[in-house]
Write a protein that binds this ligand. Sequence first.
Ligand code: PMM
Length: 279
Amino acid sequence: MGFDRTLVMGIVNVTPDSFSDGGRWATTEAAVQRGLRLLAEGADILDVGGESTRPGADRVPVEEELARVLPVIEQLAAACAGLDRPATVSVDTMRAAVAVQAAQAGASIINDVSGGLADPNMAEAAAQTGATYVAMHWRGHSNIMDDLECYDSIVADVRSELASRVDALLAAGVRRDQIVLDPGLGFAKAGEANWPVLAQMESLQSLGFPVLIGASRKRFLGMVVAGPDGTPVAPAQRDDATAAVTALAAAQGAWGVRVHEVKASVDAVKVARAWRQAR
Ligand code: PMM
């Protein structure tokens, strides 16, 4: 997709247990309605996921994941095609089989939080579909990721681990122009550790690929806007902080931001664009 401004990816979690909106859009109909609402608010991409990656989550059987995402993708892809502006659907999955079937159902982006590490067939699936492929920084599944937070230098380590993923993807036949990188905020990264990754985004951008940022409602944002007693605010009260990250990420030239509430981020992108153009 075009890159003259930061794209806003709206989250459509078809899951009963995601950390910030679990259960709210768990049926096909509710998820489709949610996606249509986000499109009306200006989303460029609808990211449909059927497996929660919240810390501690267990895996969902593949049949269950397919049953959750495919009908939603089909309907939302049709809705995108009927718009008078470009918009598209992505599938948030770590499974090659789900990625391939989602692409057949109309998804044009594969958003893999494991960067190809969770499923040995994923790189080949990405190559075969030709879809845009988001490779996120990841060290292990949600049930163990809190134990994998050991870094020499978090910014340099994320960059070099993603560079290795890029090498593996290219070797499997994925084209360079398919690849988008994501530092994986909150994934094997606790609280404060996320800030240097965000603030030094240019380190990741220097690999030469578009960068997607997924800060929306994450705990480190809840901590930064916490009240005097230091208790993080609840996920649904982190949207203003999320929009602030969108503005900063867009000003820094991020390819996209993945967010729960689209409207504020669409406006934040416009602000950042006007700001950049006036420089
Ligand atoms: N975060 C979550 C899920 N999918 N995908 C990408 N590319 N980047 C992210 O940071 C990311 C993701 C977890 O958040 P959610 O449970 O609110 O969807």
